[in-house]
Design a protein around this ligand. Structure first.
Ligand SMILES: CC(C)(COP(=O)(O)OP(=O)(O)OC[C@H]1O[C@@H](n2cnc3c(N)ncnc32)[C@H](O)[C@@H]1OP(=O)(O)O)[C@@H](O)C(=O)NCCC(=O)NCCS
Ligand SMILES: [Zn+2]
Length: 210
């Protein structure tokens, strides 16, 4: 059975002292964020990853070795990787999510934002048939974000990210499972996992790590 833990935190849970657990790359990225909410989202994502792995290995969070190397440019802004486990991090609005599994995973959350240019984004990310469906949707922003988070979760599971043309991803790729996750009202979230069978998902609150 494929098991996936999905940890959810809120930026209100962040404390400045968590930054002491960051490695030098993370510390540099944390310091470079200008907006306090971007800083908080990034720091909480790092903290959840480090503390979940630390508790599994009975090691201090700061001693966990993470690799964020981008395959494109070598900078430490790529998918987060650790020995012996698969991870995916996502943040939007108040929420920060981390998926942990033995199989490759992709997690994406998006806050419903009435100001987003849905038609523009739909043209860039949806296939013709999907755009046609969207036109008739009762709640267009939500319907769009359901599609978008599913596609993002898929490309985050493979590690391709937005280098992949989202318009070509229709349905569920072979050998993958894609699940919409219940989150706060006003948000949409999806999980993709490379697995032949539907995963057992355990939802966890980051509160217990803090
Ligand atoms: C990854 C990506 C899909 C994230 O989209 P988003 O909705 O803006 O942001 P999210 O909060 O959901 O996800 C961010 C997390 O994705 C992870 N991530 C980064 N690149 C990733 C990739 N290629 N595959 C999977 N996950 C990735 C990181 O862990 C990041 O968290 P961090 O801030 O703690 O480092 C998108 O930013 C992307 O594709 N980026 C890479 C595009 C690329 O290769 N550009 C060239 C860079 S040189
Ligand atoms: Zn890069």
């Amino acid at each position: 059975m494929t098991e996936v833990e999905v940890w959810w935190g809120r930026i209100g849970q962040v404390r400045e002292e968590f930054a002491a657990e960051l490695d030098p790359f993370e510390r540099q990225r944390h310091q470079a964020y200008v907006r306090p909410e971007d800083k908080a989202r990034f720091l909480l994502g790092c903290t959840i990853v480090r503390r979940v792995l630390a508790s599994r290995l009975a090691l201090p969070p700061a001693s966990i070795s993470l690799d964020r190397t981008c395959p494109n440019c070598g900078k430490p802004h790529g998918k987060v990787r650790a020995d012996g486990v698969e991870l995916s991090v996502t943040h939007s609005g108040e929420l920060v999510g981390v998926a942990v599994s033995e199989r490759p995973v992709g997690l994406d959350v998006e806050k419903v934002d009435p100001a987003i240019d849905i038609d523009g984004l739909a043209r860039l990310s949806l296939a013709e048939a999907e755009i046609a469906q969207l036109v008739t949707a009762a709640d267009k922003p939500r319907a769009f974000l359901r599609q978008w988070t599913r596609k993002e979760a898929i490309v985050k599971a493979t590690g391709a990210g937005l280098r992949e043309d989202l318009r070509t991803i229709t349905g569920v790729p072979e050998g993958m499972q894609v699940i919409e996750l219940p989150v706060d009202p006003g948000y949409s979230a999806a999980l993709a996992v490379v697995s032949a069978e539907p995963p057992a998902i355990q939802t966890k609150s980051a509160q217990v790590l803090i």
